[in-house]
Write a protein that binds this ligand. Structure first.
Ligand code: NCD
Ligand code: ZN
Length: 346
């Protein structure tokens, strides 16, 4: 197969940042994606419905008018978030999910949740509303090895929470382990998982063997090869519990190439080429549309996009720039480590 037409994809987990960086990266998403769930971990975070409206407007101001792109806003859950505020933001059509960051788990998570009991009333209200909770699924406990933090989170936080509020609809964001894949696959209709582009390509050796590669550092950190294989199997299986959330997370190179570099990989520009490559290698191109364009809207109870895109397999590799320039310096684009032949036809 050398041509593939699919419904326009959506990105169910995206960091767009703000200010100059927002302006520099937004159209890499708007070019290919119809909608995206916008992560609220700005500084300060997007906490109220008013914050979300203001951020949505700043995003839309930067979208190239040739592109049809809708940002789906989320709220950052804090221990002081009020259930009524969430309800009114949903009823006003402002938000599509709430994001749970365990405090200290990742970039800009300091305002996140330390004590889950404090947010139970909000979570119960969300269960009644059918509003999805997007979860950063890692414990932040420094005693827990960083490679175990997702599996420990599932056992000690996620599963107990789901037993307490079975109706709560949860997306386990950027799943990185076979433990997470198994949990979601067998977890029933109220749980799903996003899978990133980069976790389908890199395992922990890519970050650490033969030299340290800061541009492959993200959270959750990539795990060993058997976990990467489990993610590929889940993504390409056609199982509607799994869908694309790129977790494209641009950071300035100056913030990554330093003695304590930031976590995050910028994948928006070449994500669809990368995904088509993986699905092609796995002989699963017939499941690409489900993963990028159908399973996500189904879980979020939204219609699929009407527009389509066409992917074309070229004879020569498709070359992407190494970085995007911003007023504050370059942002490196994900290098998946293998030539890419699929490109979105323009
Ligand atoms: C994200 C970021 O930079 O905001 N970083 C990352 O490594 N994925 C935060 C997150 O999603 O954990
Ligand atoms: Zn993220």
């Amino acid at each position: 197969m050398t041509r593939l037409t699919i419904r326009r994809p959506d990105d169910w987990h995206l960091h767009l940042r703000d200010g100059a960086l927002l302006g520099a990266v937004i159209n890499d998403s708007a070019r290919h994606f119809g909608r995206a769930i916008i992560m609220p971990n700005l500084v300060p975070p997007v906490i109220t419905g008013d914050d979300a409206v203001a951020y949505r407007d700043r995003i839309l101001d930067c979208v190239d008018p040739n592109y049809d792109f809708t940002p789906l806003m989320t709220l950052y859950l804090t221990e002081t978030t009020k259930a009524d505020d969430v309800t009114s933001a949903v009823k006003a059509g402002i938000i599509y999910a709430v994001k749970l960051y365990p405090a200290g788990a990742t970039t800009n998570s300091a305002s996140g949740v330390r004590d889950l009991d404090k947010v139970l009333p909000v979570l119960e209200t969300m269960a009644d509303l059918g509003l999805p909770l997007c979860v950063h699924g890692e414990v932040a406990d420094p005693q827990v090895d960083i490679f175990d933090r997702e599996a420990v989170f599932i056992q000690t936080v996620l599963d107990p929470l789901r037993r307490r509020i079975p109706k709560l609809r949860i997306v386990l964001e950027h799943v990185t382990t076979s433990d997470g894949v198994d949990y979601v696959r067998t977890g029933g209709a109220n749980i799903a998982a996003t899978i990133t582009t980069h976790h389908l390509f890199i395992n922990r050796n890519h970050i650490l063997a033969g030299g340290i590669r800061p541009h492959y550092y993200c959270l959750p950190v990539a795990k060993r090869e058997s976990h990467r294989r489990a993610l590929i199997a889940a993504a390409t299986s056609g199982d509607s519990s799994f869908f694309l959330g790129t977790d494209s997370a641009p950071h300035l190179d100056s913030a990554k190439l330093t003695s304590c570099g930031c976590a995050g990989i910028y994948t928006s520009p070449n994500t669809l080429s990368c995904l088509a490559h993986v699905f092609d290698v796995e002989d699963a191109l017939h499941h690409l549309e489900g993963f990028t364009s159908v399973h996500g809207p189904k879980f979020y109870c939204l219609p699929v996009n009407k527009a389509q895109i066409t992917l074309v397999k070229k004879i020569e590799p498709v070359i992407y720039p190494q970085s995007r320039n911003t007023d504050e310096g370059p942002v490196t684009i994900f290098d998946c480590g293998t030539p890419l032949y699929w490109a979105v036809e323009v």
